[in-house]
Design a protein around this ligand. Structure first.
Ligand code: CP
Length: 312
């Protein structure tokens, strides 16, 4: 595998999950595989889990790690071809990506959606700019439309916690005061399409995700009905896709509670706003598997990096 840009770069999800679980039981098994190799992690947006878990994964494989908060410390990049750069941008992606390729054997990129211009966000200018001009593999650490390291960690977490071959998994929208991107929900759906599971997405009207992505997926606007007999409930806010980037609804009745969760396991990618997205009663209960999810971010990154290094 050269790049890991989306869940669709996974050839066989179940094999990757099994390999990740094996790495988890022996994280240092390949501690010399990445010796002499450097990964550069470029953050255009904040992070806790992605930054630390990807670093830890790289260290477990013997790699050196360089981290740069590009959004606040790097030169403002230009992505358009042929631009007269007499405005705010100082460096073109063509030079930046090639220069970083001189220092790094793999480049990880975190660059969220701006949520103002759907076409621009869907073009993934930062991620695809690096993919186009870097001479080394590129790793998506959450882009405008996808968070495939999170999606893979979620698959590992479901596999570890399932008690039946074909569990019922629900992705439920939750209220949030700010407009959030669609990336986590998108990758969760892409990952669930590769699973043997009963899968339902529930959200208020107006929060339909990209119809190309949800084609063939069961959408239920009645949250209570969607949650019936669920084994796993993954909760996430996203802003409107059709009324792009807007917060249409802050209906607190969509918050996840212990009563609504029933006997299901609770999942969230974190960070999460307590008592807005989910109640304390859920997060502080043993039905919450959010810390396991966060732990599995290391092993999703490690299996991806292992496959990239093996192909260098
Ligand atoms: N889930 C996740 O990506 O967390 P961070 O934004 O803290 O990296």
């Amino acid at each position: 595998m050269k790049n890991y840009l989306s869940i669709n770069d996974i050839d066989t999800l179940q094999d990757w999950v099994e390999e990740a679980k094996a790495l988890k039981s022996n994280p240092k098994k390949y501690e010399t595989l990445g010796k002499g190799k450097t990964i550069g992690l470029l953050f255009f947006n904040n992070s806790l889990r992605t930054r630390l878990s990807t670093q830890k994964a790289a260290i477990n494989l013997g790699m050196e790690v360089i981290v740069m908060n590009f959004g606040s410390e790097g030169w403002a990049l230009e992505y358009e071809d042929g631009t007269i750069m007499n405005q705010g941008t100082s460096e073109h992606i063509k030079e930046a990506a090639q220069v970083i390729s001189q220092y790094c054997d793999v480049i990880g990129i975190r660059a969220f959606a701006g949520l103002e211009d759907k076409e621009k966000d869907e073009a993934e200018v930062v991620l695809t700019g690096f993919q186009k001009y870097a001479s080394v593999p590129v790793l998506n650490m959450e882009s405008s439309v996808g968070h495939p390291l999170q999606g893979l960690a979620d698959a590992i977490t479901i596999d570890e916690n399932k008690t039946k071959k074909r569990p019922k998994v629900v992705l439920s929208w939750a209220p949030h005061p700010k407009a959030l991107p669609h990336a986590v929900a998108n990758s969760f759906i892409e990952m669930m399409k590769l699973q043997d599971a009963e899968f339902v997405v529930t959200h208020p009207k107006g929060y339909e995700l990209n119809p190309e992505l949800t084609k063939g997926i069961t959408i239920e606007h009645d949250q209570e009905k969607a949650l019936e007999n669920a084994d796993f409930v993954s909760v996430k806010n996203w802003s409107s896709y059709s009324d792009y980037g807007k917060v249409l609804n802050k209906d607190a009745s969509w918050m996840m509670t212990k009563k609504k969760l029933g006997a299901a396991k609770f999942m969230h990618c974190l960070p999460v706003r307590r008592n807005v997205v989910v109640g304390d009663d859920v997060l502080d209960s043993n039905q919450s598997i959010v810390i396991e999810q966060a732990n599995n971010r290391t092993y999703s990154a490690q299996i991806v990096l292992k496959k990239i290094i093996e192909n260098l």
